[in-house]
Every structure is written in C-alpha cells, then in structure tokens.
Design a binder for this molecule. Structure first.
Ligand code: 4NP
Length: 157
C-alpha cells in the first residue's frame, strides 16, 4: 500500500480538500486497494471537526465525498506510515519538523507538483476566502501526484 498524507495548519480547509480530491481520483482509477490517502494539521484548534464549510461546498459542487472526515493532528507515527507527506505551505513544513520524529522527515511541498505555477505555496482560504482558487490548484496537483505515484511505486519494471 502506498500511503499519502496531506498536511496543512488547521486540517479543515486545504489538506482535507486534497485528501478528498486525491481519494476520488484514486477511486476513479480503481486504485483504492493500492493507494490510501489521509490528511492532518499541525494546529489543534479544530480537532474532531469536519472540513470547513467552504471546502465542503466546493467538494459538493464537484460531487466529491468528504464523508467521515475529521480534523486531526500530525503525530510521530505518521512518519513511519506515510511514504508521501505533502505540505501545503512552507510554515506547515517547519511545524512538522518540530514534531518529535519529524526532524529529519522527508517532506514534499504541494506546489512542487506544479512547477510552472507562479504561486509557490497553496494560499490559505481560511484567510483569503478563495476556496475556488485552492480547488483548481489541488485538482491539477493531484493529477500530477497520482501519475507520479503510479510511475514510481505501482508500475512493475
Ligand atoms: P487550513 O486553514 O490550514 O487550510 O485548514 C486554516 C484553518 C484554520 C486556521 C488556520 C488555517 N485557524 O487559525 O483556525
């Protein structure tokens, strides 16, 4: 199993959107038995809460499920379990590296999936209110990521 973890600050806006979008794409490709997707945050304000209304609204619009998703914190165990830990912005990466066990973790940054884009971090819609912009970035980045996982981990030599 290939395990993918998306990380943001509150785990209610960006990373749950990416979790839901990638899981949807994985299901469409019938790869759910080979790729599992999760998300977590580094701030504890929203633990146990469902995704933000703005994230839910845009997922509903695109027919993407967020059933049973609840915010949680990144934990030390995540560094053992996940081969792909993908941060939405630079400060998320700094926060992850402060978690015991995370000091030397190999982190990826979401916008590195989209090297042509001018933005180098996924803007936080909790502050910008622009969930549509985040959806566009996440949808495009998850297409790239899924192809990368298939190529790097799933295709037999
Ligand atoms: P997220 O957005 O990191 O994309 O989930 C945020 C959600 C909540 C807060 C900050 C960012 N907050 O400060 O409560």
């Amino acid at each position: 199993m290939v395990n993918v973890l998306f990380v943001c600050l509150g785990n209610i806006c960006r990373s749950p959107m990416a979790e839901a979008v990638l899981r949807h794409k994985v299901s469409e490709r019938q790869l759910a038995d080979q790729i599992s997707v999760d998300s977590a945050g580094t701030g504890d304000w929203h633990i146990g809460n469902p995704p933000h209304e703005g994230t839910r609204r845009i997922l509903d619009l695109h027919g993407i499920s967020y059933e049973n998703m609840k915010a949680r914190l990144v934990s030390g165990d995540d560094f053992e379990k996940f081969q792909y830990i993908i941060c939405m912005d630079k400060s998320n990466g700094d926060n992850v590296r402060k978690i015991p066990g995370g000091e030397h973790s190999e982190l990826l940054f979401f916008m590195d999936l989209l090297p042509e884009a001018e933005l180098r971090e996924v803007p936080d819609p909790y502050f910008t209110g622009n969930f549509e912009q985040v959806y566009e970035l996440i949808d495009a980045g998850c297409d790239v990521l899924l192809e990368q996982i298939i190529k790097d981990k799933l295709q037999q030599a």
